[in-house]
Structures are given as C-alpha cells and as structure tokens.
Design a binder for this molecule. Structure first.
Ligand SMILES: *Cc1c(COP(=O)(O)O)cnc(C)c1O
Length: 485
C-alpha cells in the first residue's frame, strides 16, 4: 500500500503505512491517503460478518498496512481490542462486542440504534483508535530503537484518549495542549490527574483552534520537529482514521442479517475524522446508504454539505457549546474528502486550501464536483443547545437510555434523515458523565457515573499554564525532552 499527499508533492516517492505512522501532515502541508482504496470482496464481507472485533480490526488494518508482518499486526489488534479495556460502562458480556449496538426503536419505519463507541478508558469514542495507536507507536519505536515526543491539541476528548493510550509506554512522551478553563470539570480531571512522568498537560490561555494552530506551527518548523522527534496524534493521523473504519463494518454487521442490506450512519462531527472513516468504509465497498454529518452550532460542515460553500470561522465566531468536542472553526480532515470529491486532483486541492488560508474558504456550488456529494452519500444537519437538551430528554423518556450531548446532536440530525426500511445507526461518541451540566438541565438528575470514575475530580492535578504562543510551547518541549526517554 502506497500513500500519497492530497496536495501532490513527492508524487513519485513511496510512503508505507509505517512511514507515515509517526508523522503528521505531508511535507507539502497536505494529508496522506492511500494511492487507491482497497476493496472488500463479497466473499470477504461474508466471512468478516462472523469475526470478533479484534479479528475484524486485523482484517481491515491489514489492507492498509501490508508493511507490518501479519502475525505482529494480529497480535497488536488482539492486545488492543480486549473486553477488559472496553468494559468501563457495561461490565457484562456485551463488553465482548467491544462496540455493542444498542437498539432504540423504530421511527418512521427505520430501525434506530446507537453504536456504543465510548465504553473505553476515557469514555469517548477516541479510545477506539487511540488505544491502537499507543500499541502501534510502541511497537514501531521499539523496532527501530527510537523515541517520540507527541505534541497534540485537544478540546477535551482527544487529549485524554491520547494520554491514556500513551501513559507508561516505552519511548513515548506526550505534550498535550488544551484550552485553559474551557473543558468540563470531568474532562479536566481525567487529563490533569494523570501523574505519569511521560505525560505533560499544557493549559493554553486561548481556545482550541489556537492550540491547534500552535501544534501546526511547531510541526511546520521542520528543524525543531526533527531535533526533538516531534510526532502527532491529532485526528489527521492516518492510523487513527483507519482504526475508525473498523467499527463501521462492525456496526453494519450488527444492524443487518445479510450483506444485501444497506444502512445509514449519523456521525457527530468536528474535525471530520470519524465520518471520513465512514467514507473510506463506503469506498471499500461497505453497503452504506447515507453518511449523515451532524454538527452543533459550529456548522462549518453542515453549511458545506447544504450549499457547497466551505467557510472557515474566525476564533471569535466559534461558539463554546455544550457539545464542546465538536466546537471547531475548520475541519482538519476535510481535505481528505475534498480530494476524493474533486476526483483526486491534487493541483485543485492545493489551490482550494490556499484559498482557505488566504480568503477564508472556497465555493464549490457552481462546480460540477459538488453534485458528487450525493454520489458519496453525504447529507448533513445541525443542532442547537435546545435541540440536544430535547434529544437527551426524549431518548431518556422513550427508550430509558441516557445519551451525552454529542450523541444527542447525532440523534437530532439522524431523525431528519430517516428512510423507511433502512437502519439508522447513530455513533455514540461519549458518555453522559463527561457533560453532567447539560444532563442535569435536561433530566434534572445526575448522569450515570461508572464505578471506576468515582471521586475523579478530587484527585490532585498536574498541569502547566502557558500563553497561546508557539515559541513558549517550543521552549517548554525543548526543556523537557533534554534527556533520553
Ligand atoms: C472528537 C469528538 C467528536 C468529533 O469527531 P471528529 O472525528 O473530530 O469529527 C464528536 N464527539 C465527541 C464526543 C468527540 O470526542
């Protein structure tokens, strides 16, 4: 499997899965994608239906990472996707499923269900990919006798998922930037309570996008990056995207009886990583009818899918909402989809994302390419705070199920795209306990708290406050990477 950049530089070079695993953006600022998507044959799809999650993960991953010996990859998948890692919410045999499907009911003739992706150690779907990444990184670094310093930005869920995946891993340090005082008390405690010496929490005086810009600025300083062995685990990391492809297959098998059926997925979206994985699953041949992009008030993506206009927002236009992991002003993985939408024309992608830098966006409404959005199955919708409060209340009353604010955005938008006879699977992206304030507002009761998280907020916290300034972040990293890991 060869990987190429969406902006076309180094088109003659070969990049394997392992080559791009530890890096972030391609040298030209583009994102990596396979030169061609692997296809899944009807026979394979039939065989995969019976597999455990770990075996399914092995099958999907091996199509994208043929440079890792099969026995090693199988071992990595087996060690990552164990019931013991994904039993933090439901400690019964459903944990064996890793991502159990919870059926809600039938609405407008469509079976409506939740794919539970948030039963891992940090109670957010990002664990699904990040736990694999932790094991992949350790495996690859050990093999080459190297170390890695991970620099990342988080609005909450990415950071804790990364830290819980990397804590105690040999050869890895994590420097995680988070917007100071902008995460929920639970999220803050989850991250800042980690005392592992290889984990550094940097609380940045700014918003999430400023954190993300600092990470980009540091990553674009190639000399610094090389000297300090900087890597990233942001949602642009290709291995994370691939790991997310797996549960679209798992969800499909759980919601259907035969491979002649089609299903739709609704994906609470921010940086477009999760739904991008759905797009890839579809390109591989998974029978997906619709991919429904759900946004909150930060509706950059909904605007694009309705109008063809991609208009990134200023920091001051970015709302701080009750589904904060979707509070984005631009969607960092979106370029991967645009590449496919434009028939994989890197020169045009380069031009469009230059327009994003210089003019704040682009307009594909007039171009024929936008009609391909439908061919790719994409539709969208947005949700407001009141919508998600209503959805939380309604799902609780009708189905006796407590959902978090992001999943609520998904349910709200999914209901606008139901088609009779086609199962609609909403990806459950986090647990309600992470967003207690809104649960109390909607239900006038406390969110369910899994036993392993009792007393979390009272634990001592370890973090460093820094201004939103790339130079100061670099100085901190330089000081703390002075010794060998
Ligand atoms: C990260 C996150 C999202 C958004 O996922 P993207 O891959 O960035 O689109 C949605 N919900 C929750 C709870 C998240 O943590």
């Amino acid at each position: 499997m060869n990987y190429i950049s969406t902006r076309g530089a180094g088109a003659g070079e070969r990049h394997t899965f392992s080559d791009i695993l530890l890096g972030g953006l391609a040298k030209d600022g583009g994102l990596y994608l396979p030169a061609q998507y692997p296809r899944v044959s009807a026979d394979e799809l039939a065989r995969w239906r019976a597999l455990s999650y770990a075996d399914l993960a092995f099958e999907v991953l091996s199509k994208f990472s043929d440079d890792i010996p099969a026995a090693d990859l199988r071992d990595l998948a087996q060690r990552t996707y164990t019931a013991a890692t994904y039993c933090n919410v439901r400690n019964d045999e459903s944990a064996q499923q890793i991502t159990p499907l919870k059926t809600l009911g039938v609405e407008n003739g469509a079976p409506l269900s939740l794919l539970e992706l948030s039963n891992g150690p940090t109670l957010a779907f990002k664990d699904m990919a990040m736990q694999l990444l932790g094991n992949l990184f350790e495996y690859t670094l050990k093999k080459h006798g190297e170390t890695l310093n991970i620099l990342g930005a988080t609005s909450g869920d990415t950071g804790s998922a990364a830290e819980y995946a990397m804590r105690g891993k040999t050869g890895v340090r994590v420097f995680m930037l988070s917007p100071h005082k902008k995460m929920s008390a639970f999220q803050t405690a989850q991250m800042y309570s980690l005392q592992d010496p290889n984990i550094f929490n940097l609380a940045i005086e700014g918003n999430f996008d400023q954190c993300q810009d600092i990470v980009k600025a540091v990553s674009n300083d190639h000399a610094f990056k090389a000297k300090h062995k900087i890597g990233t685990v942001n949602s642009i990391n290709w291995a994370r995207v691939v790991a997310q492809v797996v549960y679209y297959f798992k969800g499909y098998f759980a919601a259907t009886k035969s491979n002649d059926e089609r299903v739709s997925f609704t994906v609470p979206s921010g940086n477009f990583g999760n739904v991008c994985a759905g797009h890839i699953a579809r390109m591989m041949g998974l029978p997906i009818e619709k991919l429904v992009v759900a946004t909150n008030e930060n509706d950059v993506l909904d605007e694009f899918f309705r109008t063809g206009i991609y208009r990134v927002r200023e920091a001051k236009e970015t709302y701080h909402t009750s589904s904060p992991s979707m509070d984005i002003s631009k969607a960092s993985n979106f370029e991967r989809f645009v590449f496919d939408l434009l028939g994989r024309d890197p020169a045009r992608v380069l031009q469009l994302f230059r327009d994003v830098e210089e003019k704040g966006g682009f307009d594909l409404a007039a171009s024929g390419d936008f009609t391909r959005v439908q061919q790719f199955g994409f539709v969208s919708g947005r949700s407001s705070h009141d919508d998600r409060v209503d959805a939380i209340r309604d799902v609780f009353q009708q189905y006796d199920t407590m959902i978090d604010t992001h999943t609520a955005d998904g349910v709200k938008v999914a209901r606008e795209h139901l088609q009779p006879g086609i199962p609609m699977i909403v990806l459950e992206t986090a647990q309600p306990i992470k967003f207690g304030e809104t649960i109390r507002e909607a239900l006038e009761r406390e969110p369910e708290r899994p036993a392993t998280f009792v007393g979390l907020e009272a634990l001592p916290q370890r973090f460093e406050v820094l201004p939103a300034d790339a130079q100061q972040v670099k100085a901190f990293v330089a000081t703390h990477t002075a010794d060998a890991a």
